[in-house]
Design a protein around this ligand. Structure first.
Ligand code: SAH
Ligand code: SF4
Length: 376
């Protein structure tokens, strides 16, 4: 409380806020009011916390506390309604967060949607998915991903992860508790390489913001030791794993992390993973034309996945100018899918979202000049 250092309230748990209240000689219920204002009301400045006495707001301010809400630096709107936000933090770093109204192309569920509900006045969406980043850039270096080109710049704090969701919800005037908002942790970064901050953010999103864990999915490139930790969590999103190739040699070529954690180790960890009632694992498979999209690859995926309660999401490569791969043909995508479904493995072809504004999977790289893309 020296007042010398600036510190952000977003990202603090109720317990941590209680410690601050106590240190300031305030009763514990003040912490609950702060928690509610931060996460449920999404108040973006201390002045808005009118549930607190003015004296306390001033003391928080003079002690160096700020809210720490990321700022929307830029936004790009796609012809399909997707919006890619560039959100910036206090130190000048920024990440991308994507808003996808009306369905999510399969990331968060089975795509079922009733379609005949009345839309509230002024609402252009029935449900929406927010794609959240966990790091600035990424260290994993997958050959087909534009985020990899940034390298890892830094981890995000729990507050910066939650703040992305709050900033985007506020922009769309969404009520996360009452409306169907899904979260996918599939933006920039590898969530399991920023595990503690990511999991803290999840707990704040559940307890503070009010988004049920059943509406959240996290995707990992296969950080094996964290898969067991994740399985042991009381509160956790659903798990998706980026498989992308069915054999060690090919996967090592396109996902060098396979050298460290082999497919064999990955599958062993997934076979131990405690799925809940009716829960399924998701495997993501990015189809790269002529590289991993042959029916023989599909048969090898069947052999790997057999016996697991799982589904496969097929994603045709989202192209980028620096990526040395091409899109698969529709015929090959369909042939690949039917090998899986005929073997009894549910397989969905994901519709790309926001390709024209570089908002689709693997395209998050702070692109600000938009060029015409092949097939976009
Ligand atoms: N780092 C995590 C989560 C973010 S990436 C992970 O890799 O799982 C989210 C998904 O986008 C992953 O399944 C990844 O394989 C896929 N992806 C990456 N680059 C892509 C591209 N150019 N086209 C299509 N999907 C891509
Ligand atoms: Fe990182 Fe995921 Fe991109 Fe691989 S696909 S570089 S793990 S963000």
């Amino acid at each position: 409380m020296s007042g010398l250092q600036q510190s952000e309230l977003l990202g603090l748990s109720l317990q941590e806020l209680t410690e601050i209240a106590e240190a300031l000689g305030e009763p514990a219920y003040r912490a609950r009011q702060l928690f509610d204002g931060l996460y449920r009301q999404r108040w973006q400045s201390l002045e808005r916390f009118t549930t607190l006495p003015l004296r306390l707001r001033e003391r928080l301010g003079s002690s160096g506390f700020t809210i720490g809400m990321p700022q929307i630096a830029k936004s790009f709107v796609s012809s399909d309604g997707t919006v890619r936000y560039l959100l910036s933090f206090a130190d000048g770093e920024s990440v991308e967060t994507v808003w996808m109204p009306e369905g999510d192309g399969g990331e968060a569920g089975d795509g079922s949607q009733s379609g005949d509900e009345e839309l509230a006045e002024g609402k252009a969406w029935r449900r929406a998915t927010i794609c959240v980043s966990s790091q600035v850039g990424c260290a994993v270096d997958c050959a087909f991903c534009m985020t990899a080109l940034l390298g890892l710049r830094r981890n995000l704090t729990a507050g910066e992860i939650v703040g992305q969701v709050l900033a985007v919800l506020a922009e769309h005037q969404a009520d996360a508790e009452r409306e169907r908002v899904n979260l996918v942790f599939m933006g920039q970064g590898e969530p399991f390489l920023n595990y503690d901050n990511f999991m803290k953010a999840v707990r704040l999103l559940v307890e503070g913001v009010g988004i049920p864990e059943s509406r959240m999915t996290v995707s990992t490139s296969g950080i094996v030791p964290r898969i067991a930790d994740f399985g042991a969590e009381q509160v956790r999103p659903k798990l998706a794993v980026s498989l992308n190739a069915p054999d060690e040699v090919l996967r090592t070529e396109i996902m060098p992390i396979t050298k460290k954690w082999t497919i064999e180790k990955l599958m062993a960890a997934l076979r131990e993973f405690p799925l809940r009632n009716r829960e399924r694992l998701t495997f993501e498979y990015v189809l790269l034309g002529g590289v991993n999209d042959d029916v023989r690859h599909a048969r090898a995926v069947v052999d790997l996945v057999r016996g697991l309660r799982a589904k496969v999401n097929l994603i045709a490569l989202n192209p980028g100018p620096e990526l040395p791969f091409s899109m698969p043909s529709d015929e090959r995508v369909q042939a690949f899918q039917s090998v899986l479904t005929r073997a009894g493995i549910p397989a969905f072809v994901r519709r790309p979202r926001g390709r024209d504004i570089y908002a689709a999977c693997g395209q998050l790289k702070h692109t600000t000049e938009l060029v015409q893309l092949e097939g976009a």
